[in-house]
Design a protein around this ligand. Sequence first.
Ligand SMILES: [Zn+2]
Length: 282
Amino acid sequence: MPRLSEVIAALDALWPPSRAEQWDAVGTVCGDPDAEVSRVLFAVDPVQEIVDEAVKLEADLIVTHHPLYLRGTTTVEAGTFKGRVVHTLIKNDIALHVAHTNADTADPGVSDALAGALDLRVTGPLVPDPSDPAGRRGLGRICELDHPETLREFAARAAARLPRTAQGIRAAGDPDALIRTVAVSGGSGDSLFAEVRAAGVDAFLTSDLRHHPVSEARGTSPLALVDAAHWATEWPWCEQAAAQLDAISERHGWGLRTHVSRTVTDPWTAHAPSDVPSSPSI
Ligand SMILES: [Zn+2]
């Protein structure tokens, strides 16, 4: 059975912490480097439901995409939202490790998993990492569809292939417009409009899109927008990451058992559609 330090070294080789954004907080949040690891749970969010799931599974390590603490903290008191997570982890000998922006820009990264979930063919990064001579790493991905489909069909494909959430899929654009090329970015993508427009793609699939950037993008180009729940765009990475660790475990004969959490931790839990969703006026 491998030690936590050995598993973390393998994860760091997949997603080097040095490639995380400066503001980010990646790496091991808690855990004893000498502890043995046999079960690993992958999830998007380090929230209490996920920690409870890990306790039930008797997992020794949780790997999440989102950090637990992003800013400085002065308390892990168990009455606080995050303090309770820390207490549960330590009481149950469960380590927590985070791969966030270092997983976003990796090859394969979060957006490769998103593209894969929709069977899109990745042609390259949307924002290439200048330190990668091969040009494969970077933020977001530019993709091609095997056959052109309408925006209506593409949005339906995203709804069918991504995990089910209360939000579902929102789209902006002519529903009959033909989509051949798509930019995808797991997580919040509305800082990437300039790059998406420069890429000249037909559609942009991401999450957390806001009124003004969408309005401006629609007013200045035929770019179609497809907005999924933040959690749903990043969840496919958990399956990809678990498969990567499985391969490493097999190579080393570690016998790790990996699990991917299916608990929906998107904070939005209900959706009430309007009676006439396509009505151009109220
Ligand atoms: Zn995210």
